[in-house]
Design a protein around this ligand. Structure first.
Ligand SMILES: [Zn+2]
Length: 194
């Protein structure tokens, strides 16, 4: 699948399979792994964060809880932000809470696949800045006017959100190979029924 906007991929870690909620961010280690696979942390910084988490387990749990809270806000933004002023205002406050929180160095870094990612190297509390690139990605979406093209998959059993990049803006499924294909097969079954 094409790489999705970082904040939307983060929302999609709170997944649903066959109607059951499946959170792939079940502990702090999973959060760090996700940040590493998505190029937000390089191997060295990820190792540093893991060491810090061993020394400060309470801080790590708080950082995980914070990441989940931000994820819930970003899901609200993705699903309802384009239509509901109140949701936009609430999420904006949440984004600014994170953006204003910690000092550090902002960077843009090259990934192995020739794409780029924003990175944030916290100056103070290492945990506080972990979600910064995710929040910045959501802020970019607002600034670039992308919100109207953010959708939730049309399959009610699927909770994936995505950015509709099609010209006509009528993409309905998170992925044509999974949800889109299932819908096509279902339509076909209805058609051939005598
Ligand atoms: Zn889907």
């Amino acid at each position: 699948m094409d790489r999705e906007r970082l904040w939307l991929e983060f929302v999609n870690t709170d997944d649903t399979r066959r109607g059951e909620r499946v959170d792939s961010m079940r502990d702090f280690a999973a959060l760090v792994r996700w940040l590493e696979t998505h190029g937000v942390l390089d191997a060295e910084r990820a190792a540093g964060i893991r060491r810090r988490a061993e020394q400060q387990p309470a801080g790590a749990s708080a950082a995980l809880a914070d990441a989940r809270r931000i994820r819930a806000a970003l899901r609200a933004l993705a699903e309802r932000g384009a239509h509901e002023t109140r949701v936009r205002a609430d999420v904006l406050a949440e984004l600014n809470r994170v953006l204003g929180r910690s000092a550090g160095t902002r960077r843009v870094e090259a990934r192995d696949d020739a794409t780029f990612v924003r990175a944030f190297v916290p100056g103070g509390d290492a945990f506080a800045g972990l979600v910064m690139p995710i929040v910045e990605s959501a802020a970019d979406a607002l600034v670039l006017g992308e919100l109207a093209r953010v959708r939730r998959c049309a399959d009610p059993r699927c909770s994936h959100v995505f950015l509709d990049g099609t010209k006509n803006g009528r993409r309905r499924w998170c992925d044509m190979r999974t949800c889109g294909n299932r819908a096509k097969a279902a339509r076909h079954r209805i058609k051939v029924r005598p």
